[in-house]
Design a protein. Structure first.
Lengths: 359, 511
């Protein structure tokens, strides 16, 4: 008698928190294994590479600080995205919203002439509004004209990227930048304080943590949060209950775009101190934040953990560049793989697969 | 003739489990060649599951399928068709944008290479259609056909594939009484020609009318198999429900009160932008139930949507308690205390992933006591859930249970609890008992009658004529977006309603 392994697929009524955790872990492990192939192609043992990444991003003070500073923009963008995704608005445009937040804040820093203590608050407000405005355009286009949000938010990124390029090569190019495509350095009053000896601009970090908690309360305890969840879980029932799609969509994109804008403020006021090339400002934080929000299963509090995880990965990118001489872009491959396996693993949340021996 | 020779189908010990339920629990079924065999049972008794096992859509955990004395493995619908078993599903499996003949040959290898020889297939289809009186224009796109005609296409599809055994899953739920008669005639002809038909239903009248033998299922088990001629409706009902069934609802005499709803010359478009309502007018009074009878797709759903603010009318006026409410939004109608029990309870009536507690406040979360300013009051929301679950006997482990885990009857009770808790003046109820078992149906009907007693005006839209006849005080028949007439339910004749549903205008005086 030959024995072989059979399997059975069954629908899962509700996935428990434990199942969600282990399935997510499984997705990350699968991504690690496949990314290992790429390290192998470069002739680097994947195990050694992962050891180096872990040691470089968590094993010392400098690495830890870099992990946290990478996590800050991911936290802000990610928290905002959980809200948009909850309402089924597919905001792929956090990258552009971040840049427009940076542009607005740079404008305030360079040209407002506000007195010292008012400058940073004004930059954060301006940055929020800049990001929010950039996010509200696709929201309005979707609700009024029915345009696909994935396409419009994505395309708005490119407009933002080239707008920044134009500014720093053109009208905002700094007289003191000696021909480089930068703006002038911001006045001292526009610099965010950092933790001693690191690049952790802590006010932005605190803001991100507070907003994560506030958004959790919004989702679970308020009318608007209830409306967001109803629209996201069943748009037909929302219509039936008289919930306004316009109002809710505008609200989630105000939040999502605005938070990405705040992340942009943190980057230029905390790290770069000037407006510079878009790839230097962001390094794809807005895209990575999509994965951060998704891995957090759209829970704003869980974003605190997942943004740190991706902070590790991004800090690890610096390690593989410096210690192994491999391109930083490998990190993007890795991020892509995580998202790929994460979405693929959703089927395991809905179905249970059990194996058994059969004759 | 009790040897296996005479049986077209033998199912032995079929077991099919789903998480948390045993849908088929060791079912034995024998169907004789050339008979119409009814499978009778309440919703959830396992009829459809059993037939999906036979048709290869589900693999049973245990049991055997024997066709004409040969054990077979039904691994897919294609395998079933190879064994000459066909199925007409309750919800048709047709491609609306393709023509009738394209639908019929879809998936078959007719012609050479990638090309279909339509001249040849057309001949074969026509000859089958003529033989069994299943006339339908082959060139027409399926979406343009009435539901009854679509069903014919499904039957033609099966016959084209030369089936010997035809499974019909609740085929009458979408038909007018006349179309039902026509279907039964067709089925008789097919059986006379040697086909074997399994007919799934939960309607006792149909069993008595059409079948040779009947098998009653209850909770996944066979209760009994009987020759139809040797049984009667009360016996079957008792077997099906497992207890004596009282077919009488306590319905008091009508106490008509002031006029609540006035609809004047209402026009509206459907989702495709075609006219769905063409000048509908009627009055509705407190303390009465006005039934709306009509074949699916004749404007009754659009009517419900316009009256609940979900669809804009293009002409005409609506008054609620003498106040004009034409084209008010869903939120405004809700604030005016209009209750809506929607047709698709899972798609519209609830948010499946949210808890019972949250579903119960779906329309009330904006108002005290459930929220003050922006913040929800979870204590009030929980108390409300407690109250509703005991008042409406909602069976669930707790109010935190996601609504999607509830049975159809309990989901409907959640909706009723939410919609009726504030004593609405107008209730728009669409298919309120569709798909519910007898127990839940009785409960829902009692609840609607209690609202009538209280003085609510109820517009009852249903495709179940029996339901309309038992609950309504007056019956409005709608066809093609127009009112064919309004009859007094006491004296209404089902034949006449049937004719009006097919487009004949009422001759007598208007009520």
């Amino acid at each position: 008698m030959k024995r072989r392994v059979g399997f059975k697929v069954e629908r899962r009524p509700v996935a428990s928190g434990r199942v969600v955790f282990f399935v997510s872990l499984l997705a990350i492990l699968a991504a690690l294994v496949v990314a290992g192939i790429f390290f192998q192609i470069y002739g680097v043992s994947p195990i050694r590479a992962y050891q180096l990444i872990l040691r470089g991003s968590l094993g010392n003070r400098f690495g830890l600080a870099e992990t946290v500073r990478r996590a800050i923009p991911l936290l802000l963008c990610g928290v905002g995205l959980t809200i948009a995704f909850r309402a089924l608005f597919w905001n792929i445009g956090a990258e552009g919203q971040l840049l427009m937040g940076a542009v607005a804040a740079a404008g305030v820093a360079l040209f407002s002439g506000l007195p010292g203590p008012l400058l940073l608050p004004a930059m954060f407000i301006g940055g929020f509004l800049g990001g929010a405005a950039w996010g509200l355009i696709p929201a309005i286009l979707k609700v009024i004209l029915g345009l696909n949000d994935v396409i419009t938010t994505l395309m708005m990124n490119y407009i933002a990227i080239y707008f920044v390029e134009w500014l720093i090569h053109g009208p905002w190019k700094g007289p003191t930048a000696r021909g480089f495509a930068y703006t002038d350095t911001f006045p001292r009053a526009a610099w965010l304080p950092t933790l001693y000896g690191t690049r952790i601009h802590w006010p932005t970090l605190v803001l991100g943590l507070v907003l994560a908690v506030v958004m959790y309360i919004l989702v679970t305890r308020t009318r608007s949060g209830f409306e967001i969840r109803v629209i996201g879980e069943n748009p037909n029932a929302a219509r039936f209950a008289g919930i306004s799609q316009l109002k809710t969509t505008l609200l989630v994109m105000l939040i999502s775009g605005g938070f990405a804008g705040l992340a942009g403020v943190g980057e230029i006021a905390g790290i770069h101190l000037r407006l510079l090339g878009p790839t230097h400002i962001s390094m794809g934080y807005g895209y990575t934040a999509i994965i951060v929000a998704w891995l957090a299963r759209r829970n704003p509090l869980a974003v605190i953990v997942t943004s740190l995880l991706f902070g590790v990965i991004m800090a690890g990118g610096d390690v593989i560049k410096v210690s192994l001489g491999l391109p930083f872009q490998l990190i993007n491959v890795f991020n892509g793989l995580i998202l790929f396996f994460l979405i693929g693993s959703e089927i395991l949340l809905r179905y249970k697969i059990s194996f058994f021996l059969r004759r | 003739m009790d040897n296996s020779e005479g049986y077209a189908i033998e199912l032995r010990g079929i077991v099919k489990r789903f998480p948390g339920v045993v849908a088929n629990d060791g079912i034995d079924l024998k169907v004789r060649r050339g008979e119409i065999h009814c499978l009778l049972g309440e919703n959830g008794a396992g009829k459809t599951t059993l037939m999906r096992v036979l048709y290869g859509l589900y693999r049973p955990e245990e049991g055997e399928i024997i066709l004409n004395g040969q054990p077979v493995h039904m691994t897919s619908p294609r395998a079933a068709l190879n064994h000459h078993v066909g199925m007409v599903h309750q919800h048709f499996r047709l491609v609306p944008t393709l023509s009738v003949e394209e639908n019929i040959v879809l998936g078959l290898d007719e012609g050479t290479g990638p090309f279909v020889n339509f001249r040849k297939t057309r001949e074969k289809i026509s000859s089958i259609a003529n033989e069994y009186g299943l006339s339908v224009d082959l060139q027409t796109k399926v979406w343009q056909l009435a539901v009854g005609q679509q069903q014919r296409v499904e039957i033609l599809k099966a016959l084209y594939r030369e089936v010997d055994i035809l499974i019909m899953d609740e085929p009458t739920s979408v038909l007018t009484p006349q179309e039902v008669d026509q279907l039964f005639t067709t089925l008789r002809t097919l059986v006379d020609d040697g086909l074997t038909i399994i007919f799934i239903t939960h309607k006792l009248d149909e069993v008595m009318q059409v079948s040779d033998r009947v098998t009653v299922l209850r909770k996944g088990k066979v209760v009994s198999t009987l020759p139809t001629a040797e049984t009667d409706k009360p016996t079957l009902a008792r077997l099906m429900v497992g207890r004596e069934v009282v077919f009488r609802l306590k319905k008091g005499p009508i106490k008509r009160r002031e006029k609540i709803l006035e609809v004047n010359d209402l026009h509206a478009l459907n989702d495709r932008g075609l006219p769905a309502l063409r000048g509908v007018s009627f009055d509705l009074f407190g303390g009465e139930i006005l039934g709306v009878a009509g074949v699916s797709g004749n404007g009754q759903y659009e009517l419900a949507e316009v009256l609940t603010g979900l669809r804009k009318s293009i002409k005409g006026r609506v008054f609620l308690a003498k106040k004009e409410v034409t084209n008010c939004s869903a939120r405004e109608m809700n604030d005016l205390n209009v209750a809506h029990i929607p047709a698709e309870r899972i798609r519209m009536g609830i948010v499946p992933a949210l808890s019972i507690r949250e579903n119960l406040i779906l329309k009330k979360y904006r108002r005290p006591p459930f929220s003050y300013r922006e913040f929800l009051d979870n204590k009030e929301i929980e108390e409300n859930a407690h109250r509703a679950m005991s008042d409406y006997q909602i069976a669930a482990p707790s109010y935190e249970t996601p609504a999607k885990l509830l049975s159809g009857g309990n989901i409907q009770k959640v909706i009723l609890a939410r919609e009726l808790s504030e004593n609405p003046s107008l209730i728009v109820a669409v298919h309120p008992t569709y798909g519910l078992d007898i127990g839940a149906t009785e409960q829902v009907r009692q609840i609607l009658l209690a609202q009538r007693e209280r003085g609510a005006a109820t517009l009852l839209i249903s495709e179940d004529l029996e339901e309309i006849m038992t609950l309504s005080d007056r019956i409005l028949v709608i066809f093609n977006g127009e009112v064919m007439g309004i009859l007094d339910a006491e004296s209404a004749d089902i034949e006449e309603i049937g004719l009006m549903m097919a487009g004949t205008r009422h001759k007598g005086e208007e009520l």
